[in-house]
Design a protein around this ligand. Structure first.
Ligand code: FES
Ligand code: FE2
Length: 451
């Protein structure tokens, strides 16, 4: 047997060592970076409301050190952590009837950052009129506290998504995990539906249902908010579409993961809305609202009291399992963190199943550049006074016996046409939209794509 020699492509470690990591605008989140400036144009959930108790809480978001607190009137303040007097941390501050008092020399700041008192300084001091403590606006919704950290004059409307109130029995529960890696690779996890087949089914057993072991046809369909990351499968006598909303910059919505594709459904709703919020370049919060309703049985099976900080009710989202167990049955956390604290794009070898990753990076790059040159990012974000229409959907339908939807190409085509129906019906109220879309998607199936 002849030895393989260099040049055969074997034993190429010496020649193909990982490329050095270079600064990447897509992964930078700090103040003054192009990526960080772009991310600051959106509202982000920064903590669970339940985390803000009587004492102030130090947090780090987008590379900035901050303190969040409730004053004694219940108003939430989000201030720069270091007091503008001489830098003591306001995490040791004392919440007042209005605002917070710094522990060191008694300066007092309102929740909007206005200086209410300069302690022992003379009454005539001009410091309160000339300066203020850095502050950011916050909004509390559905058990999450959101902040806007961008230029105040460019603050967008606060977005509420249509999925929050549809279906009628939908109940929301907040969750938050800390993941020690860059935000982008966590977002990309949602743009990568093939990992659901491998990581969550073929490799790890049945983290999702057995139906996920079937390799899907993939597609990525643009929506007014970003795109749908789609997996369409032929499971026994059914066609099963799972289309996840990718909403720029850092929001995604997912259907339940335990659909076994045995029961027909056309759901334009979701089981989870999640935001990836950068702590800094190397750490992120995976923050979400789980949706409980009759139709999202993945969450219905879980106990809502088991959801919260570092508790999600789904395996493999934290480091809390023994290392060997994680090796034998890895989850998202293990895959994501093991990519490195910032995944090195220069060392990747992307293939056809990575089209969603490429699409997201392109959209993100364009949006960052638009902000850098002074434009508003060109993705529509919200609708004044109405919920933002979203596109997440899950379809299971029985294939007609004569159906030609069998190979990967026709499966992908069917998924794409169904997604277009979901996009085209977005002006309708949620329930009407679902009924109209279901009719049209069934018709597509009956017509065997003839229409
Ligand atoms: S450092 Fe805060 S009042 Fe002096
Ligand atoms: Fe996953």
């Amino acid at each position: 047997m002849s030895a393989q020699t260099p040049g055969d492509g074997f034993y190429s470690g010496y020649h193909h060592r990982p490329a050095a990591i270079e600064p990447n605008p897509l992964t930078q989140v700090g103040p003054g970076t192009a990526g960080g400036e772009y991310l600051r144009r959106y509202w982000h959930p920064i903590v669970l409301a339940s985390e803000v108790k009587d004492l102030p809480k130090a947090i780090r978001i987008l590379g900035e050190d901050l303190v969040i607190f409730r004053d004694r009137s219940g108003t939430i303040g989000l201030l720069h952590k270091h007091c503008i007097h001489r830098g003591a941390s306001l995490e040791f501050g004392i919440p007042q009837d209005r605002g917070i008092m710094c522990c060191y020399h008694g300066w007092q700041f309102d929740t909007n950052g206005r200086i209410l008192s300069v302690g022992a300084e003379p009454q005539t001091s001009r410091i309160p009129t000339n300066f203020g403590q850095g502050a950011y606006p916050v909004r509390e919704a559905h058990g999450l506290i959101f902040a806007y950290m961008g230029p105040p004059e460019l603050m967008p409307e606060f977005p509420l998504y249509d999925t929050f109130s549809h279906p009628d029995d939908n109940a929301l529960h907040p969750i938050k995990m800390t993941i020690p890696c860059n935000w982008l690779q966590i977002v990309e996890n949602a743009c990568d539906p093939i990992h659901n087949a491998y990581l969550h089914a073929i490799v790890s057993g049945e983290q999702f249902s057995a139906a996920f072991k079937v390799l899907p046809a993939l597609d990525f369909v643009e929506t007014p908010l970003g795109f749908l990351s789609m997996a369409t499968r032929h499971v026994k006598d059914k066609v099963y579409i799972r289309a996840s909303d990718i909403i720029l910059p850092n929001v995604a919505q997912f259907a339940s993961g335990n659909n076994d594709a045995s029961k027909e459904c056309v759901n334009i709703s979701c089981g989870l809305t999640r935001w990836v919020v950068p702590v800094d370049d190397h750490n992120s919060y995976y923050t979400g609202l789980t949706h409980y309703s009759e139709r999202t049985d993945v969450w219905r099976r879980a106990d809502p009291s088991e959801l919260g900080v570092d508790r999600m009710g789904f395996i493999g989202q934290t480091a809390d399992r023994p290392y060997e167990e994680r090796q034998m049955e890895p989850g998202d956390y293990d895959a994501l963190v093991s990519q490195g604290s910032i995944a090195n794009h220069k060392s990747e070898h992307l293939g056809t199943t990575d089209r969603g990753i490429v699409m997201f990076r392109r959209m993100l790059g364009r949006a960052i550049e638009a902000v850098r040159i002074g434009e508003v990012p060109d993705l529509p974000r919200l609708y004044r006074d109405a919920p933002v229409r979203t596109y997440n959907h899950e379809v299971v339908l029985t294939l007609p016996s004569q159906s030609n939807i069998t190979d990967m190409r026709t499966l992908a085509d069917f998924g794409r046409r169904a997604a277009q129906v979901v996009i085209d019906t977005d002006a309708l109220p949620p329930l009407e939209r679902e009924t109209a879309a279901a009719d049209r998607i069934r018709q597509l199936l009956v017509n065997n794509l003839a229409g």
